[in-house]
Design a protein around this ligand. Structure first.
Ligand code: SF4
Length: 369
Protein backbone atom coordinates (compact mmCIF):
# COMPACT_ATOMS: atom_id res chain seq x y z
CA UNK A 1 0.00 0.00 0.00
CA UNK A 2 1.33 3.42 -0.96
CA UNK A 3 1.36 6.69 0.97
CA UNK A 4 0.97 10.03 -0.80
CA UNK A 5 2.95 13.08 0.32
CA UNK A 6 2.19 16.57 -0.99
CA UNK A 7 4.60 19.41 -0.28
CA UNK A 8 2.83 22.78 -0.04
CA UNK A 9 5.72 25.25 -0.40
CA UNK A 10 4.24 28.37 1.19
CA UNK A 11 4.75 30.09 4.54
CA UNK A 12 3.72 33.48 5.90
CA UNK A 13 7.34 34.22 6.76
CA UNK A 14 10.48 32.12 7.05
CA UNK A 15 11.34 31.02 10.61
CA UNK A 16 15.05 31.72 11.26
CA UNK A 17 15.97 28.08 12.02
CA UNK A 18 14.00 26.36 9.25
CA UNK A 19 15.52 24.69 6.20
CA UNK A 20 12.31 23.15 4.84
CA UNK A 21 11.63 24.48 1.38
CA UNK A 22 9.04 27.27 1.31
CA UNK A 23 8.48 30.70 -0.21
CA UNK A 24 6.25 33.62 0.78
CA UNK A 25 2.62 32.90 -0.04
CA UNK A 26 1.09 34.98 -2.86
CA UNK A 27 -2.31 34.57 -4.50
CA UNK A 28 -1.12 34.25 -8.10
CA UNK A 29 1.72 31.86 -7.23
CA UNK A 30 -0.60 29.71 -5.15
CA UNK A 31 -3.01 29.29 -8.07
CA UNK A 32 -0.21 28.42 -10.50
CA UNK A 33 1.21 25.89 -8.01
CA UNK A 34 -2.19 24.22 -7.63
CA UNK A 35 -2.67 23.83 -11.36
CA UNK A 36 0.87 22.39 -11.77
CA UNK A 37 0.26 20.07 -8.81
CA UNK A 38 -2.87 18.69 -10.46
CA UNK A 39 -0.90 17.92 -13.64
CA UNK A 40 1.87 16.29 -11.65
CA UNK A 41 -0.55 14.01 -9.78
CA UNK A 42 -2.22 12.98 -13.04
CA UNK A 43 1.13 12.30 -14.71
CA UNK A 44 1.85 9.39 -12.34
CA UNK A 45 0.07 6.05 -12.49
CA UNK A 46 -2.75 5.37 -10.03
CA UNK A 47 -1.83 3.59 -6.79
CA UNK A 48 -3.57 1.86 -3.88
CA UNK A 49 -2.99 4.24 -0.98
CA UNK A 50 -3.90 4.27 2.69
CA UNK A 51 -2.25 7.54 3.79
CA UNK A 52 -2.06 11.10 2.48
CA UNK A 53 0.15 13.69 4.17
CA UNK A 54 -0.04 17.40 3.33
CA UNK A 55 3.21 18.89 4.62
CA UNK A 56 5.26 21.97 3.95
CA UNK A 57 5.59 24.80 4.30
CA UNK A 58 2.23 25.61 5.82
CA UNK A 59 -0.53 23.67 4.01
CA UNK A 60 -3.23 25.41 6.04
CA UNK A 61 -2.42 28.60 4.10
CA UNK A 62 -4.38 27.03 1.23
CA UNK A 63 -8.11 27.66 1.27
CA UNK A 64 -10.28 24.74 2.46
CA UNK A 65 -11.82 24.52 -1.03
CA UNK A 66 -8.31 24.19 -2.53
CA UNK A 67 -7.46 21.36 -0.11
CA UNK A 68 -10.79 19.76 -0.97
CA UNK A 69 -9.94 20.00 -4.70
CA UNK A 70 -6.52 18.34 -4.16
CA UNK A 71 -8.15 15.48 -2.22
CA UNK A 72 -10.79 15.09 -4.93
CA UNK A 73 -8.09 14.72 -7.62
CA UNK A 74 -6.30 12.15 -5.47
CA UNK A 75 -9.56 10.26 -4.89
CA UNK A 76 -10.57 10.20 -8.53
CA UNK A 77 -7.09 9.20 -9.75
CA UNK A 78 -6.14 6.55 -7.16
CA UNK A 79 -7.71 3.72 -5.18
CA UNK A 80 -7.83 5.09 -1.64
CA UNK A 81 -8.65 2.78 1.26
CA UNK A 82 -11.87 3.44 3.22
CA UNK A 83 -9.99 4.04 6.47
CA UNK A 84 -7.33 6.26 4.89
CA UNK A 85 -5.32 8.54 7.23
CA UNK A 86 -5.26 12.09 5.79
CA UNK A 87 -2.90 14.36 7.74
CA UNK A 88 -2.35 18.07 7.30
CA UNK A 89 0.23 20.30 8.98
CA UNK A 90 -0.88 23.70 10.25
CA UNK A 91 0.53 26.48 12.37
CA UNK A 92 -1.16 28.16 15.33
CA UNK A 93 -2.74 31.46 14.32
CA UNK A 94 -2.48 30.62 10.62
CA UNK A 95 -5.91 29.01 10.62
CA UNK A 96 -9.32 30.01 12.00
CA UNK A 97 -11.80 27.76 13.74
CA UNK A 98 -14.25 27.96 10.85
CA UNK A 99 -11.46 26.98 8.40
CA UNK A 100 -10.59 24.03 10.65
CA UNK A 101 -14.21 22.88 10.42
CA UNK A 102 -14.05 23.15 6.63
CA UNK A 103 -10.74 21.24 6.47
CA UNK A 104 -12.36 18.50 8.56
CA UNK A 105 -15.39 18.40 6.21
CA UNK A 106 -13.01 18.25 3.21
CA UNK A 107 -11.68 14.94 4.57
CA UNK A 108 -8.63 15.87 6.65
CA UNK A 109 -8.83 13.49 9.62
CA UNK A 110 -5.47 14.07 11.29
CA UNK A 111 -4.02 17.46 12.15
CA UNK A 112 -0.37 18.14 13.01
CA UNK A 113 -0.04 21.51 14.76
CA UNK A 114 3.37 23.25 14.88
CA UNK A 115 3.12 24.60 18.44
CA UNK A 116 6.88 24.20 19.17
CA UNK A 117 6.43 25.53 22.73
CA UNK A 118 3.72 26.76 25.10
CA UNK A 119 6.03 29.42 26.59
CA UNK A 120 6.08 32.91 25.18
CA UNK A 121 9.77 33.66 25.76
CA UNK A 122 10.86 30.41 24.06
CA UNK A 123 8.62 31.09 21.06
CA UNK A 124 10.20 34.55 20.76
CA UNK A 125 13.74 33.08 20.94
CA UNK A 126 12.73 30.68 18.15
CA UNK A 127 11.34 33.52 16.01
CA UNK A 128 7.86 32.01 15.76
CA UNK A 129 4.96 34.20 14.64
CA UNK A 130 2.36 32.91 17.10
CA UNK A 131 1.91 33.31 20.84
CA UNK A 132 1.87 30.64 23.54
CA UNK A 133 -1.84 31.25 24.01
CA UNK A 134 -2.44 30.75 20.27
CA UNK A 135 -0.54 27.42 20.44
CA UNK A 136 -3.16 26.12 22.88
CA UNK A 137 -6.09 27.91 21.25
CA UNK A 138 -5.48 26.16 17.91
CA UNK A 139 -5.48 22.75 19.63
CA UNK A 140 -8.80 23.53 21.37
CA UNK A 141 -10.26 24.91 18.11
CA UNK A 142 -9.24 21.72 16.30
CA UNK A 143 -10.84 19.55 18.99
CA UNK A 144 -14.03 21.61 18.84
CA UNK A 145 -13.99 21.34 15.03
CA UNK A 146 -14.27 17.55 15.12
CA UNK A 147 -10.63 16.45 14.95
CA UNK A 148 -10.07 13.37 17.09
CA UNK A 149 -6.55 12.61 15.86
CA UNK A 150 -4.34 15.59 16.69
CA UNK A 151 -0.56 15.75 16.87
CA UNK A 152 1.43 18.62 18.35
CA UNK A 153 5.04 19.43 17.39
CA UNK A 154 7.29 20.51 20.24
CA UNK A 155 10.85 21.68 19.69
CA UNK A 156 13.53 20.63 22.18
CA UNK A 157 16.76 22.55 22.69
CA UNK A 158 15.28 25.98 21.84
CA UNK A 159 17.66 28.84 22.78
CA UNK A 160 17.52 29.36 26.57
CA UNK A 161 15.47 26.17 27.10
CA UNK A 162 16.24 24.25 30.30
CA UNK A 163 15.15 20.93 31.76
CA UNK A 164 12.45 22.85 33.67
CA UNK A 165 11.03 24.64 30.60
CA UNK A 166 11.15 21.36 28.67
CA UNK A 167 9.17 19.56 31.38
CA UNK A 168 6.64 22.37 31.35
CA UNK A 169 6.08 22.04 27.59
CA UNK A 170 5.80 18.26 27.91
CA UNK A 171 3.29 18.60 30.75
CA UNK A 172 1.13 21.05 28.80
CA UNK A 173 1.26 18.80 25.70
CA UNK A 174 0.30 15.75 27.78
CA UNK A 175 -2.61 17.64 29.37
CA UNK A 176 -4.28 18.75 26.12
CA UNK A 177 -6.16 15.52 25.41
CA UNK A 178 -4.32 15.01 22.11
CA UNK A 179 -3.38 11.69 20.55
CA UNK A 180 0.19 12.28 19.32
CA UNK A 181 3.26 14.40 20.08
CA UNK A 182 6.40 14.88 17.96
CA UNK A 183 9.42 16.30 19.78
CA UNK A 184 12.41 17.14 17.59
CA UNK A 185 15.68 18.64 18.78
CA UNK A 186 16.53 22.02 17.23
CA UNK A 187 19.02 21.45 14.43
CA UNK A 188 21.13 24.38 13.32
CA UNK A 189 21.05 24.08 9.52
CA UNK A 190 23.49 25.69 7.11
CA UNK A 191 22.09 28.61 5.17
CA UNK A 192 19.58 29.62 7.88
CA UNK A 193 19.90 32.82 9.96
CA UNK A 194 20.49 30.64 13.06
CA UNK A 195 23.60 29.19 11.38
CA UNK A 196 25.21 32.64 11.54
CA UNK A 197 25.08 32.35 15.33
CA UNK A 198 22.31 32.33 17.89
CA UNK A 199 22.82 32.88 21.61
CA UNK A 200 21.46 30.59 24.30
CA UNK A 201 21.46 27.27 22.41
CA UNK A 202 21.82 24.50 25.01
CA UNK A 203 24.99 22.40 24.82
CA UNK A 204 24.79 18.79 23.57
CA UNK A 205 24.70 17.52 27.18
CA UNK A 206 21.99 20.00 28.11
CA UNK A 207 19.98 18.98 25.03
CA UNK A 208 20.32 15.34 26.04
CA UNK A 209 19.01 16.21 29.52
CA UNK A 210 16.06 18.06 27.94
CA UNK A 211 15.29 15.01 25.75
CA UNK A 212 15.39 12.66 28.77
CA UNK A 213 13.17 15.05 30.78
CA UNK A 214 10.65 15.28 27.94
CA UNK A 215 10.51 11.49 27.54
CA UNK A 216 10.04 11.00 31.28
CA UNK A 217 6.98 13.27 31.30
CA UNK A 218 5.62 11.35 28.30
CA UNK A 219 6.29 8.04 30.13
CA UNK A 220 4.05 9.25 32.96
CA UNK A 221 1.29 10.09 30.47
CA UNK A 222 -0.74 7.78 28.26
CA UNK A 223 1.38 8.68 25.21
CA UNK A 224 4.03 6.01 24.63
CA UNK A 225 7.27 6.49 22.69
CA UNK A 226 7.17 4.57 19.41
CA UNK A 227 9.98 6.38 17.59
CA UNK A 228 13.03 8.41 18.57
CA UNK A 229 10.99 11.67 18.43
CA UNK A 230 7.38 10.51 18.42
CA UNK A 231 4.84 9.58 21.09
CA UNK A 232 1.25 8.41 20.64
CA UNK A 233 -1.75 6.86 22.26
CA UNK A 234 -1.84 3.19 21.16
CA UNK A 235 -3.46 3.06 17.72
CA UNK A 236 -2.64 6.70 16.90
CA UNK A 237 0.92 6.20 15.60
CA UNK A 238 1.34 8.17 12.36
CA UNK A 239 0.72 5.57 9.65
CA UNK A 240 2.22 7.80 6.97
CA UNK A 241 5.53 8.42 8.76
CA UNK A 242 5.77 4.70 9.57
CA UNK A 243 6.06 4.14 5.80
CA UNK A 244 9.30 6.17 5.86
CA UNK A 245 10.69 4.33 8.88
CA UNK A 246 9.68 0.93 7.44
CA UNK A 247 11.17 1.75 4.00
CA UNK A 248 7.73 1.49 2.42
CA UNK A 249 6.39 3.02 -0.79
CA UNK A 250 5.05 6.50 -1.28
CA UNK A 251 4.47 9.04 -4.00
CA UNK A 252 5.65 12.60 -3.35
CA UNK A 253 4.31 15.64 -5.17
CA UNK A 254 5.36 19.29 -5.20
CA UNK A 255 8.78 20.96 -5.12
CA UNK A 256 11.18 19.38 -2.58
CA UNK A 257 9.02 16.25 -2.33
CA UNK A 258 10.64 12.82 -2.08
CA UNK A 259 9.17 9.54 -3.28
CA UNK A 260 10.05 5.86 -3.10
CA UNK A 261 8.85 2.87 -5.07
CA UNK A 262 10.33 0.54 -2.44
CA UNK A 263 13.47 0.04 -4.53
CA UNK A 264 14.69 3.54 -5.39
CA UNK A 265 14.17 6.96 -3.84
CA UNK A 266 13.66 10.09 -5.94
CA UNK A 267 13.33 13.78 -5.15
CA UNK A 268 12.19 16.91 -6.90
CA UNK A 269 14.49 19.97 -6.55
CA UNK A 270 13.74 22.59 -3.89
CA UNK A 271 12.59 25.02 -6.54
CA UNK A 272 9.06 26.22 -7.22
CA UNK A 273 10.05 27.78 -10.57
CA UNK A 274 11.35 24.52 -12.00
CA UNK A 275 8.28 22.75 -10.60
CA UNK A 276 6.04 25.18 -12.50
CA UNK A 277 8.18 24.80 -15.63
CA UNK A 278 7.88 20.99 -15.46
CA UNK A 279 4.16 20.67 -14.77
CA UNK A 280 2.24 23.90 -15.31
CA UNK A 281 1.56 23.69 -19.04
CA UNK A 282 1.02 19.94 -19.58
CA UNK A 283 0.73 16.49 -18.06
CA UNK A 284 4.18 15.11 -18.95
CA UNK A 285 4.39 11.51 -20.12
CA UNK A 286 7.78 10.98 -18.39
CA UNK A 287 7.33 12.91 -15.12
CA UNK A 288 10.33 11.36 -13.35
CA UNK A 289 12.67 13.00 -15.89
CA UNK A 290 12.59 16.10 -13.65
CA UNK A 291 13.41 14.04 -10.53
CA UNK A 292 16.82 13.17 -9.11
CA UNK A 293 17.56 9.58 -8.05
CA UNK A 294 18.51 9.89 -4.39
CA UNK A 295 19.55 6.33 -3.71
CA UNK A 296 18.59 2.71 -3.44
CA UNK A 297 16.43 1.25 -0.72
CA UNK A 298 18.94 -1.22 0.71
CA UNK A 299 19.87 -2.95 3.95
CA UNK A 300 21.74 0.14 5.16
CA UNK A 301 18.67 2.32 4.74
CA UNK A 302 16.47 -0.33 6.39
CA UNK A 303 18.79 -0.35 9.44
CA UNK A 304 19.12 3.45 9.66
CA UNK A 305 15.38 4.08 9.36
CA UNK A 306 14.27 1.03 11.34
CA UNK A 307 16.44 1.80 14.36
CA UNK A 308 14.56 5.09 14.75
CA UNK A 309 11.57 3.02 15.95
CA UNK A 310 11.32 1.88 19.56
CA UNK A 311 10.48 -1.59 18.22
CA UNK A 312 13.76 -1.59 16.26
CA UNK A 313 14.43 -3.88 13.32
CA UNK A 314 13.71 -7.52 12.71
CA UNK A 315 16.67 -9.73 11.86
CA UNK A 316 14.33 -11.96 9.81
CA UNK A 317 13.16 -8.97 7.72
CA UNK A 318 16.77 -7.93 7.13
CA UNK A 319 17.51 -11.44 5.88
CA UNK A 320 14.34 -11.92 3.84
CA UNK A 321 14.23 -8.47 2.24
CA UNK A 322 17.92 -7.79 1.69
CA UNK A 323 19.65 -11.15 2.13
CA UNK A 324 21.77 -9.60 4.89
CA UNK A 325 22.59 -10.24 8.51
CA UNK A 326 24.99 -8.48 10.85
CA UNK A 327 28.63 -9.49 10.48
CA UNK A 328 30.65 -10.89 13.42
CA UNK A 329 32.25 -7.48 13.97
CA UNK A 330 28.88 -5.75 13.94
CA UNK A 331 27.43 -8.29 16.41
CA UNK A 332 30.46 -7.73 18.66
CA UNK A 333 29.92 -3.98 18.55
CA UNK A 334 26.18 -4.39 19.26
CA UNK A 335 26.95 -6.61 22.27
CA UNK A 336 29.32 -3.93 23.55
CA UNK A 337 26.53 -1.35 23.12
CA UNK A 338 24.16 -3.66 24.98
CA UNK A 339 26.60 -3.81 27.92
CA UNK A 340 26.46 -0.01 28.08
CA UNK A 341 22.66 0.05 27.97
CA UNK A 342 22.48 1.54 24.46
CA UNK A 343 21.00 -1.41 22.58
CA UNK A 344 18.57 -4.24 23.34
CA UNK A 345 19.34 -7.46 21.49
CA UNK A 346 17.62 -10.77 21.17
CA UNK A 347 17.60 -13.44 18.52
CA UNK A 348 14.80 -11.72 16.55
CA UNK A 349 15.24 -8.00 17.14
CA UNK A 350 17.78 -5.21 17.44
CA UNK A 351 16.60 -1.97 18.97
CA UNK A 352 18.10 1.15 20.46
CA UNK A 353 17.28 2.08 24.05
CA UNK A 354 16.49 5.69 24.96
CA UNK A 355 20.16 6.28 25.79
CA UNK A 356 20.97 4.63 22.47
CA UNK A 357 18.65 7.09 20.68
CA UNK A 358 20.76 9.92 22.10
CA UNK A 359 23.88 8.40 20.54
CA UNK A 360 22.17 7.01 17.44
CA UNK A 361 24.36 8.89 14.96
CA UNK A 362 27.59 7.48 16.39
CA UNK A 363 26.13 3.99 16.83
CA UNK A 364 24.85 3.91 13.25
CA UNK A 365 28.07 5.19 11.74
CA UNK A 366 30.02 2.52 13.64
CA UNK A 367 27.60 -0.21 12.47
CA UNK A 368 27.84 1.02 8.87
CA UNK A 369 31.63 0.92 8.91
S1 SF4 B 1 6.26 27.76 9.44
FE1 SF4 B 1 7.24 25.73 9.46
S2 SF4 B 1 7.87 25.33 7.33
FE2 SF4 B 1 7.35 27.53 7.49
S3 SF4 B 1 9.32 28.53 7.86
FE3 SF4 B 1 8.41 28.15 9.89
S4 SF4 B 1 9.19 26.12 10.52
FE4 SF4 B 1 9.58 26.33 8.31
Amino acid sequence: MYGIYIHIPFCVRKCPYCDFYSVAVEDELRKRFLSALKNEILSFGPVDADTIYLGGGTPSLLKPQEISDILEILRSHNRLSDDIEISMECNPASVTKSELKEFRSAGINRLSIGCQSFQQDLLAHLGRLHSAEESKRTVYDAQESGFSNISVDIMLGIPYATVETTKKDAEVAASLGIQHVSAYLLKICEGTPFAAGVPGVPSDDEQADCYRAFCEVMDASSLYQYEISNFALPGFECKHNLKYWNCGEWQGFGPAAHMSNGEKRFSFPNDLSSFLASFESEIPSHPTSSFTIEGTVDAEEYIIMGLRKSSGISRADLRNKFNRSFSKEQEKFLLECQKHGLVDLDKDTVRLTREGFLLSNSILSEIME
